[in-house]
Design a protein around this ligand. Sequence first.
Ligand SMILES: [Zn+2]
Length: 165
Amino acid sequence: MSITFNIDARKATSIPCPFCKEAVEFGYAEDNGKGGCCDLYCDGTTVDFSDTVNFSNRNAYDILEMLGYDTSNYMGEITDLAAFRRKIMLRLNTNVDSAVREAYHLPSGHAGVEVDMSGDVPRIERKGCAVYSGGSSKSQITRRLNSLDKLAQMAQDANSSILWG
Ligand SMILES: [Zn+2]
């Protein structure tokens, strides 16, 4: 599961459709009368999402919560980009410790035991699946903050907000 941050598609830059280009290159292009040739509906352009930012859910929530945003709806829109960038700058120049997490591994069976009496012989079952967490270092958080700031800059240039979810 992951969270993607991107510029509002209606405001993002339009670029030539890469699938149309491929269709021409590989010789299966068929003009659809709408400007495109890769399928029936393509108008020959697509939205440039090349600078979207994607983090795991936990990493995205850690960053957003550190910056004071509500993550309870699992999606949102950041409209005040100046304030967003100020918060990022403040964090980059003070500390990001609240989002630093140690890596850990919980082996399967870590959640206790249960006695299964359903069969002929009682059986002890260990509960809990294996859990792996890669943790989050200070430099990873700094990198994430910088990529969000770059995206915010692009959104400001496109007069857009940032949508995340
Ligand atoms: Zn196309």
